[in-house]
Design a protein around this ligand. Structure first.
Ligand code: ADE
Length: 249
């Protein structure tokens, strides 16, 4: 995967991409991620990337031309991108499936918006995907771009050593993860569930599966519609819902 991130805060983005799993994947050459400073694609003395909004109103709007030039430079050096993603709270919600789709791309470009937004003509003519990482407004698209890159890079084959850890992810199969424990088996008077130290692998798997369904039902019932459950698990859930109903005032 080749990815380019266009931003007015290249040091912020570069710092985050130099650490941990993503940093190692870059050093190893498994992924090739470059950070581009949007100001390098301006041609005035002040390196202006923003201007006042037509129609008035507060704040500043990111200009289209520097973004256009940055994309042209990326295209010339790296080839035609498979996707040009604009980070914006107006975008579609980012999901695990999007991370999977981006991770399979050979060339990806992410544009970090700032200020009150980016001139709409950028989205109209240059962008393939507008993506939001959640229903809250950040000061810019840098952290969202890092979220998207992180989620996609760890799915690139060879980046995460143990492929099973990626296959088992929350959301990959539509359920949250089960609880995890590590040593010591007793910590400040609290014990690890007996089953986990029993050595009975079938029982451990059963317990984990049960916990995943229980947690998802309690915390993210919206996910259950898309999850694959056994008939027993669906029935269990019906029983749970009935109990909840009985307790309603
Ligand atoms: N820019 C500001 N807030 C954002 C969000 N929630 N998602 C993507 N880009 C953003």
């Amino acid at each position: 995967m080749r990815a380019d991130i266009i931003t007015i805060f290249p040091r912020l983005v570069e710092a985050a991409l130099s650490e941990g799993v993503v940093g190692r994947a870059r050093t190893a050459g498994t992924v090739d991620i470059r950070v581009r400073d949007l100001r390098e694609f301006t041609d005035d003395r002040h390196r202006t990337v923003d201007d006042v909004p037509f129609g008035g109103g507060p704040g500043m709007v990111m200009k289209a031309e520097p973004v256009y030039r940055a994309l042209e430079a990326v295209r010339a050096e790296r080839g035609n991108p498979d996707a040009v993603v604009l980070m914006t709270p107006q975008g579609r919600p980012f999901r695990q499936q999007d991370a999977e789709r981006f991770s399979r791309m050979a060339r990806l470009v992410l544009i970090c918006g700032r200020y009150e937004g980016v001139d709409e003509r950028v989205a109209e003519t240059l962008v393939t995907d507008e993506v939001s990482i959640g229903d809250y407004v950040l000061t810019g698209g840098e952290l969202p771009a890092l979220v998207v890159i992180d989620a996609a890079v760890r799915l690139v084959p060879g980046v995460v050593g143990d492929a099973a850890s990626v296959d088992d992810d929350s959301f990959t199969r539509g359920l949250l993860d089960h609880p995890q424990y590590t040593r010591p088996a007793e910590w400040r008077g609290r014990h690890v569930p007996d089953v986990l130290v029993s050595g009975h692998h079938r029982e451990i798997e059963r317990w984990r599966r049960h916990e995943r369904v229980r947690r998802t039902r309690e915390r993210r019932p919206d996910l259950l519609a898309g999850a694959t459950l056994t008939a027993d698990e669906r029935n269990d859930m019906g029983a749970h819902d009935a109990r909840e109903k009985e307790q309603e005032p």
